[in-house]
Write a protein that binds this ligand. Structure first.
Ligand code: HEC
Ligand code: HEC
Ligand code: HEC
Ligand code: HEC
Ligand code: HEC
Length: 439
């Protein structure tokens, strides 16, 4: 018997506990869930959420002229645009946003926190919330940029430029001086010079001490958190291993798309050196969604009966470098079709649907569920556009006047029944209007 997967990310019943001891530290099976590549794990201490990042802001923060920068708000003074964009982004609210909080309350696992707010004080207990550090900042400046008193960055910056690559003018310089940047003491580590082709300009000094991490320019950096699998059935809320069923696969989708080798996650979402730098728009950026998604229909030469005709409905992405929806497993695009009097005729979802495996098919080292339906818009291949189509019959008398509504849903249907969140937090209308039908 198939049990409906009740809107949970983790296998609810812990059915298999026997293998934990023998398997600990081994057999991290499946795609992209092996321990992180050494450059990443050594430099960033990312672990694909298997453990928190041990970080002590007082001991490890960077200094500008002796002044310790403890948290993200300390970056604002000099990197105002970046800071303000990040502040308005989902990265900042990764731990505090209502959708996360509600779903974490349902499944209070340290695994979630390890990714949504990864800092913990050194030698802390991952289960004790007081041991977590700077959770209100979620995926903060510090999470991506600060370790061992140094700024991690993708390439060696030019000293004396502002963070947008412009020469500091008088006003900028004054601001920087007031903030203490006038006598920067930073240097590049020996090894970092090898990581960059640029020659050092002796007449200028750096605002920070840097460690150059070329991986920050590549999609593999983002994949650390945006590509991971379901946990195995024998994982508990505190002790877990990855199964071979992907839960978020934005990185492999990107690799399969036309954008692989042309644009990285950073080009479309980080937008460095622009006014949008670090805005990280995604599924909550409704205006951008309206610009990259379209709905239309094709009239087919088929007449199921006297009163109706078949149409092929298309939902199209343009310029999305992976599948859509991607990322969170509960995301769905919902298309609703109406006739002129306003009554709803059809609705369907573009999403991935998982169900619990029947108990007799569950094994300790696999996910407790399986993918039963995948109607997301695939990654674009052979063209920068991609589409998902659905064939449906439609009353002939209403063919010229179909109206549609396209919305994004942040909860799956079962969570929708039990949520306490107001509707405007759980879904957003992307666009609506008359459906254009091509012959
Ligand atoms: C006192 C001003 C000041 C503060 C505060 C400051 N920065 Fe900077 N930062 C600069 C300047 C100026 C540069 C340009 C490069 C240089 O001169 O070193 C820079 C460069 C950078 C770069 C490299 C940019 C590139 O071109 O790749 C990163 C990353 C960075 N800062 C991150 C941070 C973070 C994170 C914080 C907070 C923890 C922070 N900065 C706080 C002044 C500051
Ligand atoms: C999710 C990870 C992440 C977060 C969070 C993050 N950054 Fe970055 N940042 C990057 C990456 C990746 C780059 C690009 C490195 C490259 O291309 O060389 C970058 C580039 C930069 C640059 C240089 C480019 C530019 O557009 O100015 C600055 C300055 C910077 N970050 C500062 C910050 C500050 C300040 C914060 C917090 C307000 C922050 N970053 C938060 C990952 C992050
Ligand atoms: C060619 C541009 C492009 C590239 C490359 C790209 N994206 Fe996107 N991505 C988009 C667009 C466009 C959207 C739709 C929302 C928006 O406009 O910001 C989107 C949406 C998303 C979303 C929200 C999806 C949802 O279902 O709500 C996430 C998460 C995301 N991208 C992460 C990534 C990651 C991680 C990478 C790299 C592996 C990446 N993107 C590469 C363009 C791109
Ligand atoms: C340390 C983990 C981590 C890293 C590294 C990371 N992210 Fe994220 N990212 C998250 C989490 C967690 C969220 C979900 C925030 C939330 O709860 O809404 C997120 C959200 C996003 C969103 C918004 C999705 C939406 O639907 O609104 C985009 C876009 C995104 N990340 C892009 C990137 C890109 C591009 C990179 C690489 C430069 C990156 N992320 C690196 C953890 C990370
Ligand atoms: C390895 C990293 C990782 C782990 C572990 C993880 N998440 Fe996420 N989560 C993400 C990323 C990345 C996104 C953003 C993808 C997107 O927006 O489509 C996300 C998105 C979400 C969202 C949607 C938030 C929004 O703004 O719409 C919720 C809710 C959520 N996660 C809850 C959880 C819970 C609960 C757990 C533990 C059971 C968990 N996550 C475990 C990385 C992770």
């Amino acid at each position: 018997m198939h049990v409906l997967f009740l809107g949970m990310r983790i296998a609810a019943p812990v059915l298999f506990c026997v293998c934990v001891l023998t398997l600990t530290g081994t057999l991290l099976s499946g795609m992209y869930c092996e321990p992180a590549p050494s450059q990443l794990s050594a430099g960033f201490r990312f672990s694909r959420a298997l453990s928190p990042i041990e970080f002590d802001p007082q001991a490890e923060g960077v200094r500008v002229n002796g002044e310790l920068l403890v948290d993200s708000s300390d970056c604002r003074e000099c990197h105002t645009t970046v800071y303000d964009n990040w502040y308005a982004s989902r990265h900042r609210v990764a731990f505090t946003n209502e959708l996360y909080q509600e779903s974490h309350a349902r499944e209070p696992s340290v695994w979630c926190v390890n990714c949504h707010a990864p800092f913990m004080r050194p030698e802390g207990d991952p289960e004790i919330s007081q041991d977590r550090v700077q959770v209100a900042d979620g995926i903060s400046c510090m999470v991506c940029h600060v370790r061992d008193n140094r700024i991690l960055t993708g390439s060696r910056p030019t000293p004396g430029l502002d963070a947008h690559g412009r020469l500091l003018n008088d006003i900028d310089e004054q601001v920087a001086r007031e903030a203490g940047a006038s006598m920067p003491t930073g240097v590049l580590a020996e090894s970092d010079l090898q990581a960059s082709n640029q020659t050092e300009d002796e007449s200028r000094t750096y605002a920070h001490e840097y460690t150059v991490m070329p991986v920050m320019r590549s999609a593999e950096f983002c994949a650390e958190c945006h590509q991971f699998n379901f946990l195995t059935a024998d994982s508990t809320h505190t002790d877990f291993r990855y199964a071979d069923l992907p839960m978020q696969s934005t990185y492999t989708e990107w690799k399969a798309s036309d954008y692989f080798d042309r644009s990285t996650c950073q080009s479309c979402h980080l937008m460095r050196d622009t006014d949008d730098s670090h805005a990280f728009p995604g599924g909550h950026a409704v205006e951008r969604l309206a610009a990259v998604l379209a709905v239309d229909a094709l009239l087919l030469d088929e007449f199921p009966d006297n009163t109706s005709r078949l149409i092929e409905l298309r939902v199209v992405t343009l310029g999305v470098g992976h599948a859509f929806p991607t990322g969170d497993l509960f995301r769905a695009l919902k298309v609703r079709l109406y006739v002129p009097d306003g009554s709803l005729q059809r609705e369907f979802y573009l999403h991935k649907l998982y169900r619990s495996l029947p108990v007799d098919q569950q094994t300790a080292d696999r996910a407790a569920r399986t993918l039963v339906r995948d109607t997301v818009i695939p990654p674009p291949v052979g063209d920068y556009a991609s589409a998902r189509t659905e064939v449906l019959d439609w009353p002939r008398r209403h063919l010229s006047s179909i109206r549609y509504e396209l919305s994004i849903e942040y909860l799956d249907q079962s969570n929708r029944l039990t949520t306490r969140l107001p509707e405007d937090l759980t879904r957003a209308v992307i666009k609506s209007g008359a459906l254009h039908i091509r012959n």
